[in-house]
Write a protein of this length. Structure first.
Ligand SMILES: Nc1ncnc2c1ncn2[C@@H]1O[C@H](COP(=O)(O)OP(=O)(O)O)[C@@H](O)[C@H]1O
Ligand SMILES: [Mg+2]
Lengths: 213, 247
């Protein structure tokens, strides 16, 4: 952030109404990253479950990905993609891929062999077998990976402020720097509430799916 | 649809990663509507033989014919939709209701909704599951015997001319097993479906089959009516297998 902008920010009174706009920004950031992670991570998980050859390297990469701190991934974006929203989305998506990939693989491999044998033996094509049997049976496990990814993405999006991508992190940093405790607290609580709400929502969905079986 | 005929013509199977043959020189014919039991010790090739009929296993030599047509010339998916298939592990689809499971082949065949519904109710009644109570139930809420019944009903969904069953009564206790054997036999006889079923239980074979195919080491030792096998076992192996089963 350049100094005139910072001076302007610091000059402002603690405006809580910014919070709603920043929360929206925060959700768009996290949601876009999560969507991209789904588009990439789910097929990669499906490939893992099918291919004995690719499974090892992909899962190892996912395992390493999970151990790298969010802040480090964001910082890595700076020299590569600069500052702003796009690099933040790339970083958050990279962080969200591993839990999705791992759970899609897990869910698909947990489909009972007897169900697969029956599906083939009853005359499903490979595509029908995936759409009608494998995908729905793997869905609850896959969704719990999405739930982990969503919660982590919402929490990590707080750090996007450090590469100038906005979101609720802006308010937390501003609250810290100006000693505005109410703002700091309100922003932190909003992040926590968003994360918990998404976690609870997806959790309920997963339990509802499992209860129907 | 009445039963199709099945022909095994010098069928041999060797799995890619095995050194021995799983099947060698298997030749016999099954008549329309006939119920044939395949018995023999574990690993003798019963499952392999069954799976050559719906091309889950492709013979390395010889041919399998349905109504005189080599199955290799048919589209495998289309073939499987007209050959019923039920297995010991049942493999019901846990995310579907009983009705959806039983209606799966009709739905793959593109039947209209009302025809599928009628077929599902008819089959559930035939296997003694009240459609009103069982239609909307999930497989998880079924007992072992009920699940096996649904598995057989599902195999018959598309009005197949041939029914293949691999130890379909294996996973239930003796009393449920006897009831299932009687019911399922009656159903396939009523429908006229040509039936091949695998069992390791010689009493089950004697009880429900028109003919019994005794296998050993990938070959057919004897193929005959139950009474003939008991009266004139072709080999020592057959005699020993049925020892104690003579009434
Ligand atoms: N997919 C397979 N790959 C390699 N060998 C197999 C395979 N399936 C079965 N076999 C072997 O073929 C033989 C016959 O097996 P199977 O037909 O399953 O016998 P059964 O059903 O009578 O127990 C056994 O020796 C078994 O180990
Ligand atoms: Mg077997």
């Amino acid at each position: 952030m350049d100094s005139p902008a910072r001076a302007k920010l610091l000059a402002q009174p603690p405006m809580m109404h910014d919070l709603a706009a920043h929360a929206m920004q925060h959700l768009i950031l996290a949601g876009t990253a999560l969507g991209a992670a789904l588009l990439l991570g789910a097929p990669m998980g499906a490939i893992c479950a099918r291919s004995g050859l690719l499974r090892g390297p992909l899962l190892a990469a996912a395992g390493i990905g999970r151990t790298i701190p969010s802040l480090a991934v964001l910082a890595l974006m700076l020299p590569l993609l600069g500052v702003g929203v796009p690099p933040a989305i790339v970083a958050l998506a990279l962080l969200a891929i591993p839990p999705i990939l791992v759970n899609v693989d897990l869910g698909i491999r947990a489909v009972p062999a007897a169900a697969l044998d029956a599906a083939t033996g009853l005359g499903m094509t490979a595509r029908q077998r995936f759409a009608r049997v494998v995908a729905p049976l793997a869905l609850p496990v896959a969704l719990s990976g999405v739930r982990t990814a969503a919660t982590e993405t919402i929490a990590s999006a707080t750090l996007a402020t450090f590469i100038g991508a906005g979101g609720l992190g802006d308010d937390i940093v501003r609250g810290l720097q100006t000693g505005n405790d109410p703002l700091l607290f309100a922003a932190a609580a909003t992040v926590a509430m968003l994360a918990l709400a998404v976690e609870a929502g997806l959790g309920t969905l997963v339990s509802a799916m499992e209860a129907r079986r | 649809m009445s039963g199709a005929t099945i022909g095994f013509d010098d069928v041999g199977v060797r799995y890619a990663d095995a050194d021995g043959d799983a099947l060698r020189g298997v030749s016999f014919d099954v008549a329309s509507g006939e119920v044939v039991a395949i018995v023999g010790p574990s690993g003798c090739g019963k499952t392999t033989l069954l799976r050559t009929v719906n091309r889950l296993v492709e013979p390395t030599s010889g041919a399998v014919l349905i109504d005189g047509v080599d199955v290799r010339t048919m589209d495998a998916v289309a073939l499987r939709r007209r050959v019923g298939y039920a297995i010991q592990a049942v493999g019901l689809f846990a995310h579907m209701t009983v009705a959806e499971n039983v209606g799966i082949v009709p739905s793959l065949l593109g039947w209209p909704r009302d025809r599928i519904d009628r077929r599902v109710d008819d089959l559930l009644e035939r296997v003694h599951l009240d459609p009103k109570r069982f239609r909307d139930r999930r497989p998880r809420k079924l007992s072992g015997g009920e699940a096996q019944r649904v598995g057989v009903a599902r195999a018959l969904g598309g009005e197949p001319g041939v029914l293949l069953m691999d130890e379909p009564f294996g996973a239930v206790d003796a009393i449920v097993r006897a009831a299932l054997q009687d019911e399922v036999t009656r159903v396939v006889r009523d429908l006229g479906t040509t039936t091949l079923f695998v069992t390791h239980d010689v009493h089950e074979a004697l009880r429900i089959a028109d003919r019994i195919c005794v296998m050993n080491g990938g070959r057919v030792e004897q193929l005959d009516a139950p009474a003939a096998i008991l009266a004139n076992p072709a080999t020592d192996f057959v005699r020993r297998l049925f020892e104690g089963a003579r009434a």
